[in-house]
Design a protein around this ligand. Structure first.
Ligand code: URA
Length: 254
C-alpha cells in the first residue's frame, strides 16, 4: 500500500522528470494517480460516451483496474477501423508499443505484418488490440523484459476488450497466442491443440485462435522459424478465406 507521503513524493519526482524531458522508462519514477473522482470504486474511469470508440479509448488512459498502469508509459488501446470485419487480439503491448502507444509496432508486430502480407490480408482493414492494455515488465540491466500478465490482470482488463468487441462488432475474432485465447475462450483452451479450428462462441460469428507472432521470434533456429512462419501464414490464409466468403465445415483451415 502506498502512503500519501510516498504518493506525493513520487508524483513530484515524476513531474520533475517529465519537465526535464526524461523519456527513459527505466529512469522514470512510478506514475501516480490523477485527482480523485474520475473513477469508480474499482478503479475504472468514467466514459463520457460509451458508444464512441474514441471516447472509450480516451477513458482507458485513466484505468486503474489493476496495478499495471503504474509502471507503464500509457494504455495501448486497440486500433483499426470501427467497421472492421476482423478483430485480432494479442497478449499485451511490448516495450516499443508501450512507448509508441500503438499495438503491434515492435518486433512481434513486424512478424505479424509480414505474415499478414503473405496471407494477402491488409492490416489497415483490421482492428488490432490486446487482452491486456498495459505493458507488464521487469528490469534486466537497461532492458525492460516482458512478463506475462496473470489471470487477475487479464480479468481486470476484460472490460476494455468487451467494449472494443461491442463497438466494432467484428464477424471474425482471431486470438493470437495463449493469453488472448484464454482471455476470450476460457482457461481450458489450448492453442497447441486447437489452433486454426473454428470455435463456437458468442463473441462473433467466427472465432479462431493461432499462435502469437512472438513465438516465431523465439524459434531456436532458422529452419524451425521458417516452418513456424509457414504454419502461422497458413492459419492467416484461412482467416483471409473467411473474410472473403461463407465457411463450410468445422475447420478454418482447408
Ligand atoms: N505483443 C502483443 O501481444 N501485442 C503487442 O501489441 C505487441 C507485442
Amino acid at each position: 500500500m502506498t502512503t500519501v507521503q510516498e504518493a506525493v513524493r513520487r508524483a513530484r519526482a515524476y513531474s520533475a522528470a517529465e519537465r526535464a524531458g526524461c523519456t527513459d522508462p527505466l529512469a522514470r519514477p512510478l506514475r501516480t494517480d490523477p485527482p480523485e473522482g474520475v473513477r469508480d470504486e474499482n478503479g475504472y474511469p468514467k466514459i463520457e460516451n460509451p458508444r464512441s470508440l474514441r471516447s472509450v479509448a480516451r477513458a482507458s488512459q485513466d484505468c486503474r483496474g489493476c496495478q499495471l498502469w503504474a509502471r507503464a508509459t500509457q494504455t495501448v488501446f486497440g486500433e483499426g477501423p470501427r467497421n472492421a470485419n476482423v478483430l485480432f487480439v494479442g497478449e499485451q503491448p511490448g516495450d516499443q508499443e508501450d512507448l509508441a502507444g500503438h499495438p503491434f509496432v515492435g518486433p512481434a508486430g513486424r512478424v505479424f505484418d509480414e505474415a499478414l502480407a503473405e496471407a494477402g490480408i491488409e492490416r489497415k482493414r483490421l482492428f488490432v488490440t490486446n487482452a491486456v492494455k498495459h505493458f507488464k515488465w521487469r528490469a534486466s540491466g537497461k532492458r525492460r523484459l516482458h512478463e506475462r500478465p496473470n489471470s487477475a490482470e487479464i480479468a481486470a482488463c476484460r472490460v476494455w476488450l468487451e467494449l472494443e468487441l461491442r463497438l466494432v462488432k467484428p464477424q471474425i475474432v482471431v486470438a493470437l497466442g495463449a493469453t488472448a485465447a484464454q482471455a476470450l475462450l476460457g482457461r481450458a483452451f489450448r492453442v497447441t491443440k486447437d489452433r486454426g479450428k473454428l470455435v463456437s462462441s458468442p463473441l462473433a460469428e467466427h472465432v479462431v485462435a493461432t499462435v502469437h507472432p512472438s513465438s516465431i521470434l523465439r524459434a531456436p533456429d532458422d529452419d524451425s522459424r521458417r516452418a513456424q512462419m509457414k504454419t502461422f501464414v497458413r492459419d492467416l490464409k484461412a482467416v483471409a478465406k473467411l473474410m472473403s466468403g461463407p465457411i463450410v465445415g468445422e475447420s478454418a483451415r482447408e
